[in-house]
Design a protein around this ligand. Structure first.
Ligand code: NDP
Ligand code: F7E
Length: 325
């Protein structure tokens, strides 16, 4: 099966993912995992999942046994301890330990089960706090990290090196993708632990509902962020599984960023909030900017399809439906 992404005609490029491949998506109930499942299923692949209630992926022995049992052609590693700036700075122990353990279990287990292709998902926060903008993949390990997510970033860097090591030592076709900030249906809207976009949707909606004249957001509003809809990310993941086979990580983003203040204005517009927005500079800003250089990905034929404002409106509608259900 081919996907309908723009770029060079797929049939001329042999796919590294056979039609109807059996793919284990780790973390299938999450924002990314659920989108990857939708995309793989639409493309005609056989998707295998296992909930955390039945398999804790930090358990290496049980994970290896599960993977030996299902013998997947490919694994997408989208299971992780994930959260926004406050969750990362409050729970660094869980962010480093859970992620290291999940990565060790899943990547080693996949290799032991004879899995041919594996996609490891890192994050744009692996790059130095003051990396050149847009950030090329070559910026990895060239400077100090942003302190609010250092534990998480170091776990992710270890995952990249683990993935590269299986290729170098055993010739495994394992690859890594580094997504920018993601959003979309399936996201967490928990006000304390979520990322900025779902938090803003909820805060502006609730402020409008309660008739609040003003609402206060975290930080200065000056940091710049790049946002990619999770369905575009899922398309990029499948494209990479089909076409990319190298040990260099691949950035996944849309190529544009905006300030958190500009984002807030957009969300206020989508949610029809007309009050004042204030900023609590006692809360952390995090990294000043992390716009990814996406030329490696675009050279494979990737182009994002969902404009930010449209994606925010769709995510807002999804969340309203979830609340009503
Ligand atoms: N969201 C973002 O903005 C970005 C995400 N990424 C990366 O994408 C990947 C997916 O993130 P995202 O979908 O947002 O995260 P979510 O928190 O939405 O989903 C994570 C998934 O992992 C599962 N999981 C966590 N711990 C375990 C465990 N011990 N055993 C089994 N399953 C577990 C969760 O299960 P359960 O549903 O039971 O909780 C959930 O399904 C991560 O690697 C993340 O680093 C990268 C850049 C940005
Ligand atoms: C994906 C990425 O996500 C995290 O990095 P981050 O981009 O800094 O995280 P964030 O989305 O939480 O915040 C972005 C900006 O937004 C501001 N902000 C305003 N008001 C709210 C607010 O209400 N909630 C949140 N969460 N942020 C707010 C906030 O102060 C910051 O300046 C890491 O987990 C990192 O490891 C990672 O990979």
């Amino acid at each position: 099966m081919t996907t309908d992404l723009p770029g060079p005609p797929r049939e001329r490029v042999p796919s590294l993912l056979r039609p109807g491949a059996r793919v284990f998506v780790a973390g299938h109930r999450g924002l990314v995992g659920s989108a990857v499942v939708r995309r793989l299923t639409a493309d005609g692949h056989e998707v295998v999942t296992r909930g955390r209630d039945r398999l804790d992926l930090r358990d290496a022995e049980r994970t290896a046994a599960f993977l030996r049992g299902i013998r997947p052609d490919a694994v997408v590693l989208a299971a992780a301890r994930v959260g926004g700036i406050m969750a990362n700075s409050t729970y660094p122990v869980q962010f480093i330990e859970d992620n290291l353990r999940i990565q060790l279990s899943v990547i080693a287990g996949a290799h032991a089960a004879g899995t041919e292709r594996l996609l490891f998902l890192g994050s744009s926060c692996i790059y130095p706090k003051h990396a050149p903008q847009p950030i090329p993949e070559s910026a990895l390990l060239t400077g100090p990290l942003e302190p609010t997510n250092e534990a998480y970033a170091l776990a992710k860097i270890a995952g990249i090196v683990q993935t590269q090591s299986y290729r170098r030592q055993y010739g495994a076709s394992y690859i890594s993708a580094m997504p920018t900030n993601l959003y979309g249906p399936g996201d967490s809207f928990d006000l304390e632990t979520s990322h900025v976009l779902p938090a803003l949707i909820r805060r502006f909606h609730e402020a409008r509902e309660s008739g609040a004249p003003a609402l206060t957001l975290w930080g200065s509003g000056n940091p710049r962020r790049e946002f990619l809809h999770v369905d575009d990310l899922a398309a990029a993941c499948v494209l990479l599984l089909e076409r990319y086979d190298d040990d260099a990580p691949v950035n996944v983003g849309c190529g544009d960023d905006l300030t958190i203040r500009e984002l807030a204005a957009m969300v206020a517009d989508v949610t029809a909030y007309q009050g004042e927005t204030r900023w609590d500079t006692g809360k952390p800003d995090g990294t000043p900017r992390k716009l990814l250089d996406v030329s490696r990905l675009t050279s494979l034929g990737f182009a994002p399809r969902i404009p930010l404002k449209e994606g925010i409106a769709e995510t807002y509608s999804w969340w309203l439906r979830q609340r009503a259900a």
